[in-house]
Write a protein of this length. Structure first.
Length: 216
């Protein structure tokens, strides 16, 4: 066991460390660093880098990229401050705006002449969704075959435009004009869901493809 080395105190003005003392200080710091676990080392490196970025941001808010600010949890306060200065809404506000837009679109495209029948079908689909989730162990979603917010064509919020499909398919579909025929999604259960390939190959050669199917 080596003897503990105590370095002389230095106030930064009255005395300068000698080269020997500097070597001892570096060796002691390296020894303390090697005694840490890899997780502790990463934590210290991350904290040091966050402190460095905070100092840069304090001097110049435009010195750091949005990607850096948004991907480092230690810079969350700086990221919120950056979004405020650049008039960028928060994620919660964006989700609220998206929900309001979708609700308005749904209300606008809901016919009243089939209201009772549509309400019955919607309740049945909700019950079927719960049953399928229990039976299969995956999440399901009620999808609009023709999307409510398509760029070139929009469907109605009515029973004739609803289908129950796996949520992963619904998330990948977005507002694209695909899976527009009842039970068409079943053909892709045994295949990996790759939208780019399916959209470019299967639908273009499909008899259901027309000019508005390129809405992606």
């Amino acid at each position: 066991m080596t003897e503990k080395i105590t370095l002389p105190k230095w106030d930064g003005v009255s005395r300068v460390l000698t080269s020997t003392e500097k070597k001892r200080a570096r060796a002691a710091a390296k020894e303390r660093w090697n005694a840490l676990t890899r997780e502790q080392q990463l934590e210290k490196e991350g904290a040091s880098y966050d402190a460095y970025c905070k100092a840069l941001y304090k001097n110049d808010p435009n010195s750091l990229s949005r990607q850096l600010l948004s991907t480092r949890p230690g810079l969350s306060e700086e990221y919120e401050d950056w979004k405020t200065k650049n008039n960028i809404p928060s994620r919660r506000e964006m989700a609220r705006q998206h929900g309001l837009k979708r609700y308005a679109s749904q209300k606008q495209r809901t016919p009243t002449f089939t209201e009772e029948f549509d309400r019955f079908v919607w309740q049945e689909l909700c019950s079927l969704r719960t049953a399928r989730e229990k039976a299969t162990g995956i999440r399901w979603a009620i999808d609009h075959m023709l999307p409510l917010q398509g760029r070139r064509v929009s469907g109605l919020h009515t029973a004739h435009n609803w289908q129950l499909i796996p949520r992963s398919m619904n998330n990948d579909k977005l507002n694209r004009i695909v899976l527009t025929q009842p039970d068409e999604w079943i053909a892709f259960l045994d295949h990996e869901w790759l939208p780019a390939e399916i959209f470019c190959q299967r639908w273009i050669s499909s008899p259901n493809y027309d000019f508005y199917s390129v809405d992606y």
